[in-house]
Design a protein around this ligand. Structure first.
Ligand code: MG
Length: 292
């Protein structure tokens, strides 16, 4: 299934995405009200809904793709978004070169979080916040949404815990990120976590480690890689995160960005008001966010 959250009659509502069509199922169809409700319902319910889609669509309201306000698939996550730092070797190398220091690829995942309040829609504006940061940067990343919680999840079974995949732009205020030592503040500005446009459920993504990622700024390609190049793959990340900390349904993991970010360019490039950032992952979709 391809699933999104849109605003309908002032409320966030879970919709089914089919090609260029959005379907809002009728309340009596048993369709959950929100993405988190659907995720919480569990794998058996997902399987049943997936087999009933044509029946569900019969009574659904069809919404225009363009005239509808798209929200993040999970507009208000229950927890901070968990993020991997330096999970692509070429990004480690460009960061080292930009800082003039030697960096080795990490032996264990580097994990930080973005505040839940940073989450925003796939086409939402990103506030430039010029009074706070002069170094707003882009990072296209594969987002993983946990469907089945667990602790001590074995690497071999880890992907069975995934509900689906999405696209995340881990917008980063580099000056804040480095000045405050810990990443949290520089990664958590309001509107700095555009997400979506859809969650593609796990069974439709044959291999999460074989997806092209791209990021453009004002139409110019800045990042181009493939999730094959992750240092720690999705299964390893889930395994490591869950060793002593329970993962729960609806948790979101941003799996790190490849090379091509702004601060590591020569000369460095940063986002300014008016810029258009687009982040795309093969088979999932493209975020389009204007800096304002
Ligand atoms: Mg990142």
């Amino acid at each position: 299934m391809r699933l999104a959250t849109v605003r309908y009659a002032q409320q966030p509502r879970l919709v089914l995405v089919d090609g260029n069509e959005l379907w809002l199922p009728a309340p009596h169809s048993g369709w959950p009200e929100s993405m988190l409700d659907l995720i919480a319902a569990g794998p058996e319910r997902w399987r049943v809904l997936a087999t009933e889609l044509s029946k569900i669509k019969r009574d659904a309201v069809r919404l225009p793709r363009d005239g509808t306000e798209w929200l993040a698939p999970i507009p208000r996550p229950n927890k901070n978004v968990m993020c991997l730092g330096w999970n692509y070797a070429e990004h480690v190398a460009e960061s080292a070169s930009a800082s003039g220091r030697k960096h080795e690829p990490p032996k264990d995942p580097i994990v930080f979080t973005k505040n839940v309040t940073s989450v925003s829609g796939p086409y939402a504006d990103v506030p430039a916040q010029a009074s706070v940061t002069q170094q707003l940067d882009w990072e296209v990343e594969l987002g993983v949404v946990i469907g089945v919680g667990g602790r001590g999840i074995a690497r071999e079974r880890a992907l069975e815990h995934v509900f689906g995949y999405t696209v995340i732009n881990d917008v980063s205020a580099r000056d804040l990120q480095f000045r405050h030592k810990q990443y949290f503040l520089g990664k958590s500005l309001d509107g700095s976590c555009p997400m979506g446009p859809v969650i593609v459920t796990r069974e439709e993504v044959l291999d999460p480690q074989a997806l092209d990622l791209k990021c453009w700024v004002n139409g110019e390609l800045k990042q181009l890689s493939n999730t094959h190049h992750m240092i720690f793959d999705v299964a390893t990340i889930i395994h490591v995160l869950s060793r002593g900390m329970a993962l729960e349904p609806g948790d979101i993991i941003a799996t790190g960005t490849p090379s091509g970010v702004g601060f590591a360019r020569t000369p460095p490039e940063f986002l300014k008001a008016g810029d258009l950032v687009e982040c795309e992952i093969q088979g999932i979709g493209r975020l389009r966010n204007r800096v304002v």
